[in-house]
Design a protein around this ligand. Sequence first.
Ligand code: GRF
Length: 217
Amino acid sequence: MAARLKVAVLISGRGSNLQALLDACADPAFPVEIALVISNIADAYGLERAKKAGVATQVIPHKGFPSREAFDAALDEAIRASGAELVCLAGFMRLLTKGFSEAWAGRMINIHPSLLPSFKGLHTHQRAIEAGVKLHGCSVHFVTPDLDDGPLIAQAAVPVLPADTEDSLAQRVLACEHQLYPMALRLIAEGRCKIEQGVVKIDGHAGGEQSILSPAG
Ligand code: GRF
């Protein structure tokens, strides 16, 4: 069997997306192995999830560093030491420096709870309700120095229902995130994603299918 792609997952909190990745990687046929989970928050629940799955964890508290550059240098060192070739951000609540983002360009991905480029940043579900959009969702994208701005790999859409609250909409999107993130990670591990002029092309997907992947498809 071909070697599995080693990844590091960066978290700050509950880690439900991390759990989706751990569950996917528990299948020996899944082409990815999680080498390390890093949290900047010592009591992030995601760390427990990683330990339960037998995956190495490391806490790197951002508060212990004099600058963003110094914190990112510590992240970089830990990731490289783990042997990870790809970084997955999964609810990691720190802005990354330009230097770090550029060092991992094309090798770092993020999941964001909106249909980018709409609703970058925080409070995406409330903002989607207030904007009156009828479709909302989540996106997996390559990370670039600008927040929530890199080439899109996969997206999943959900309806916004008239009675939705921020919480009900968040739950519907989160269920999609848990399917979409492993799906996107598999595409990368299989070497099927290429960035051409800022746009991700996916081998094996014909025409328009490549811009939106439904979790069911
Ligand atoms: C998710 O909604 C993800 O899209 C966003 O942060 C949240 C993290 O949730 N980037 P969890 O820690 O994975 O449960």
